[in-house]
Design a protein around this ligand. Structure first.
Ligand code: GLV
Ligand code: MN
Ligand code: MN
Ligand code: MN
Length: 403
């Protein structure tokens, strides 16, 4: 019943905003002109779908359809990683709008109100701190976190003000009306592809801890400083990064990534005096994350001591892994069966806004098959057929839940 052509056109049009013509990558970061343009476009889609549009305190874009004290919330995000693809986040928001648009066209009046949310800054690209909008909605965002800055020293608070949002006092009314939160998202892994299935039901979401490590040595002359007396921050950091990889290679289920590195002063003939790098550490089990985090820091300290450099660390963000709701999982499975597809259950390695909303409401997620499992990459792809069938399944579940 859903209009697949319209949905695919929306995906295409949104992906043009922030698109790098040379690479095909999409670059849309929070509180930028690209994000503003994307919000304005998505707002028109919401209005066309029959929704009343508002923007909350942190800048989440919310479309509301129907009335009632109870809410069925559908959401995801429209920001991207650097050089991201066109489906991560965007699909969940646009498919949710398509679901409401279809209900509206059918003149279906839900008994609970339906809200579609495009959450502010899920990816954390700009401030090294993600899931900002869902954190705020769940009452987890602190005023202190609004002081986090981007690479130009602009804080979230300042960025909010430039978007006509007033940060202080930061007031986000508590949401106890959300009876179910549903997020449709591309899988970003290869499980469904290997199973030969277009969709899957998520049972739990692994959560990230992000650390920033600073290694301080001594910047000296690359020609005049003998090898044995150097305090090279980059060679020390290199050993640390390989130690992290080795530790995680010997652990099952957990993953860790060093994705960002800054070398200072970054000169060809200067021994690096200072290096900062990030660690993204994830597991579905919080206690495993805690043990690994402690082990990593201990190993890094040993390397630093042996190499005569200083080490410091700071937590950039810490999110709790989340389980999805059994009843909602079952509802999605029933909708999948109606399409003649075998329901399949899997965990999410990637993080989602649903993790935060799990703190205040039952959540569920529907995954759509990703080609080659590739994501956070311009090659990210899910087929039109899979998207349309997933959205039809999502529609059925939302209609059932809002009866
Ligand atoms: C965002 O996609 C994340 O999982 O880090
Ligand atoms: Mn992502
Ligand atoms: Mn995402
Ligand atoms: Mn994510």
């Amino acid at each position: 019943m859903i209009n697949g052509e319209r949905l695919l056109q929306h995906l295409e049009d949104l992906s043009q905003i922030g698109r790098n013509e040379a690479t095909g990558g999409v670059n849309r970061f929070s509180f930028t002109s690209e994000e503003k343009q994307a919000i304005e476009l998505v707002m028109t889609y919401m209005e066309e779908a029959g929704m009343v549009v508002t923007i909350d305190a942190i800048g989440n874009l919310i479309g509301t359809y129907g009335e009632g004290n109870e809410t069925i919330m559908l959401g995801s995000h429209i920001d991207t990683v650097p050089e991201g693809g066109k489906y991560d986040g965007a699909l969940g928001v646009l498919a949710a709008i398509e679901v409401v648009h279809t209900m509206h066209a059918q003149q279906l009046i839900p008994s609970k109100k339906i809200q579609v949310v495009a959450f502010k800054d899920e990816e954390g690209t700009r401030f090294d701190f993600g899931l900002v909008g869902s954190r705020a909605m769940a009452g987890l965002l602190t005023e202190g976190q609004l002081q986090f800055t981007d690479k130009n020293g602009i804080s979230i608070e300042e960025a909010m003000k430039a978007f006509q949002l007033s940060p202080y006092p930061f007031e986000q009314p508590p949401r106890d009306d959300i009876k179910a939160y549903l997020e449709m998202h591309i899988e970003q892994g290869k499980v469904l592809e290997n199973e030969g299935l277009p969709v899957g039901v998520v049972t739990g979401i692994a959560a990230p801890v992000w650390l920033e490590i600073t290694v301080t040595g001594v910047s000296e002359h690359a020609g005049a400083t003998p090898m044995p007396i150097r305090q090279d921050a980059l060679t020390a950091a290199s050993e640390m990064i390989l130690a992290i990889e080795q530790l995680l290679n010997n652990t099952t289920g957990s993953v860790a990534t060093v994705g960002k590195l800054t070398v200072s002063p970054n000169g060809t003939n200067v021994i690096p005096g200072k290096v900062t790098f990030t660690i993204d550490l994830r597991d579905i089990d919080e206690s495993k994350i805690n043990v690994l985090e402690a082990t990593i820091l201990q190993q890094l300290q040993q390397i630093a001591t042996r190499r005569n450099v200083m080490l410091s660390s700071k937590v950039l963000q810490r999110v709790k892994p989340a389980k999805t709701d059994a009843v909602l999982q079952q509802q999605l499975a029933t909708s999948i069966e109606k399409q003649g597809i075998q329901p399949y259950f899997l965990v999410s390695g990637a993080g989602h806004d649903a993790m935060n909303i799990a703190e205040i409401a039952p959540i569920a997620m529907l995954f759509v098959r990703s080609k080659d499992g590739i994501s956070h990459n311009p090659l990210e792809y899910s087929s039109a057929e899979d998207i349309v069938i997933a959205t039809a399944i999502f529609y059925d579940t939302v209609v059932e839940l809002s009866k």
